[in-house]
Design a protein around this ligand. Structure first.
Ligand SMILES: *Cc1c(COP(=O)(O)O)cnc(C)c1O
Length: 451
């Protein structure tokens, strides 16, 4: 993709696709606003990089001080199609001028149906599917569990080590990591059980071996007869971009099918072209019973979905699913615009190209810096795990230092992982090769500067 196509694809006034620092990061304007944030916003709402944004598009964010930063985070895998992508902006503007809300449960509208049609077409499997729309990922996961419980008549839910499913009470119970997500917020919802995840860097197990270990825990500690659903991120997000060994997901899916347990794929972070397919499950041909989506689905507007086998989705009584804003017409318009961008620009293909570049750059860094224990991910969802050389002992201090260095040089980077020692990359798929390479030049420099 050339510079000019990127510029023509950014919304509003085309933003120069460049890293441009005119002050320290954060600059004086941002620092002033950070003080205001301290006075006005609850301390519990954290900030990764306190630059206050005024515009964004393609692969850059522009701040109040006039700095232009390269975005390797996409607002946590949300602006996959690029910020203010033209297809999203146009549809949102048309919709917001026509009507802003009716509540789909009161008086419905076409946009909701069109998003459900797209979800039925694009999610894994060619069986009859239906969907319900919500506002956030956590809300989608909650509803997937509600549906699975009614459809199976069972209570138990299995989630995994390193899982992240959200911050509501049920999804906190399903999320593995205590700090910062759970500390002090209990008691948590019951009937949620945790099973070992396939984590090749740490367990060295092949997919089938890891699945056997997992399913032994499920059968012996939960009991198949009690189990409504197994909920898994096909590539884990917040937990460290953990990619299960090949064969793990298919073995899990096969066991679920044999035991009438529903397989729920949480594709909230990995879905919508991020990994180089429409969904991460597609890579191994895994067909889950239910799929949760959010984040990348709507180019930055809040929208989430549960999509699944029609007979499972229909198990819930009329009126049992919904919410005031779920499937808001403006958010649905944004989703239709985002999906159109993904189709017409083959953004799954673009994610694979970006993945090739990132993998090459990261293996280059790994060869120079033994602190890199593992390079992993797929497509435009790539990470390095930092450990004390030659061991699996996590190195969160170095990880934080490298990320801070990147921030100071105008590259927006994120970390993740149970031990905070994973440095993850989620660039918008509208980023140019040149800008991506420049960002990874800074990442490489960060490894050297913090050595
Ligand atoms: C972000 C995320 C969620 C929660 O989504 P919210 O919109 O923040 O509620 C759930 N599951 C996964 C895999 C996520 O990455």
């Amino acid at each position: 993709m050339t510079q000019s196509t990127v510029a023509s694809r950014t919304g509003g006034p085309a933003l120069p696709q460049e890293r441009r620092l005119v002050t320290e990061i954060p600059g004086p304007g941002s620092l002033e606003r950070l003080e205001r944030k301290r006075a006005l916003v609850a301390d519990g709402v954290g900030t990764t990089l306190p630059v206050f944004v005024t515009a964004a598009g393609g692969g850059v964010l522009v701040d109040v001080d006039g700095n232009s930063l390269i975005d390797l985070g996409s607002g946590i895998a949300v602006t996959t199609v690029g910020n203010a992508a033209p297809g999203v902006v146009t549809r949102v503007q048309e919709q917001v001028a026509a009507f802003t809300h009716t509540c789909f449960m009161v008086t419905p509208y076409d946009g909701y149906l069109d998003v459900c049609a797209a979800l039925a077409e694009l999610t894994p499997g060619d069986h009859a599917k239906k969907s319900a729309l919500f506002n956030s990922g956590a809300e989608a996961v909650e509803n997937a569990v509600k549906i699975a419980r009614v459809a199976t008549g069972r209570d138990a839910v299995v989630a995994f080590d390193h899982a992240y499913h959200g911050r509501t009470n049920l999804t906190m119970a399903m999320t593995a990591k205590n700090m910062p997500y759970k500390q002090g917020f209990g008691p948590f919802a019951g009937e949620v059980y945790r099973a070992p995840m396939s984590y090749p860097f740490r367990d060295g197990l092949a997919g089938e071996e890891a699945a056997a270990r997992t399913l032994d825990v499920v059968e012996k500690q939960v009991g198949t007869a009690n189990l409504a659903c197994v909920v898994i991120e096909p590539i884990q997000g917040e937990g460290g971009f953990v990619v299960p060994a090949p064969g793990f997901l298919p073995a899990l899916a096969e066991w679920c099918r044999r035991n009438d347990v529903l397989l729920v794929a949480d594709e909230i972070q990995s879905g919508f072209c991020r990994t180089g397919d429409w969904f991460a499950c597609d890579h191994e041909g895994v067909v889950p019973d239910l799929v949760t989506t959010a984040k990348g689905i709507a180019g930055g507007l809040p929208l989430a979905g549960v999509t699944g086998r029609a007979e499972i989705m229909d198990a819930v009584h009329v009126g049992g699913l919904g919410g005031t804003y779920g499937g808001n017409p403006v958010a649905c318009a944004a989703a239709l615009g985002a999906i159109e961008e993904m189709r017409s620009h083959d953004l799954a293909g673009r994610a694979r190209e970006i993945g090739t570049i990132m993998h090459e750059r990261l293996t280059g860094i790994a060869a120079e810096h033994p602190v890199v224990g593992d390079v992993r991910g797929r497509g435009a969802m790539m990470a390095v795990e930092l450990t004390e050389p030659g061991t699996t002992l996590p190195d969160p201090v170095r990880t934080a230092a490298i990320s801070a260095y990147c921030h100071s040089q105008g590259v927006v980077t994120l970390t993740c992982g149970t031990w905070g020692n994973v440095f993850r990359f989620l660039p918008p798929l509208a980023i140019s090769d040149a800008l991506l390479h420049e960002a990874f030049d800074v990442v490489a420099e960060a490894f050297r500067a913090t050595a």
